[in-house]
Design a protein around this ligand. Structure first.
Ligand code: NI
Length: 99
């Protein structure tokens, strides 16, 4: 991991209050983590706007006993055909799957 650098940010109070609501909605544990994600999202968005070919992976673990979850995940992938090209499924243990 790169060295962490601390820097100060000045915001008006109302914007900071909105940011804190965003943080709570997204379940971030602190502002730094939320700010890092916003910066990453912005930088990735800039790259995509440059019309560069972009590939990525999404990896997640879930409990396949959760009702309808497997079916919902499959529906989402089919709804996004063209953007989600393939999937790989790993049965991790009795309950958990990795895709
Ligand atoms: Ni499985």
């Amino acid at each position: 991991m790169d060295e962490l650098v601390r820097f100060g940010v000045s915001l008006d109070q109302r914007l900071l209050a909105e940011f804190d609501r965003h943080i709570r909605r997204r379940h971030y544990t602190n502002r730094s983590e939320a700010l890092r994600d916003l910066i990453r999202d912005t930088l990735v968005g800039d790259e995509w706007d440059d019309d560069k070919e972009t590939v990525g992976t999404i990896t997640f673990v879930y409990d396949h006993h959760v009702r309808d979850l497997t079916s919902k995940l499959t529906d989402i992938q089919h709804d996004c055909h063209g953007r989600i090209l393939s999937g790989m499924h790993v049965h991790l243990d009795h309950s958990h799957c990795l895709e």
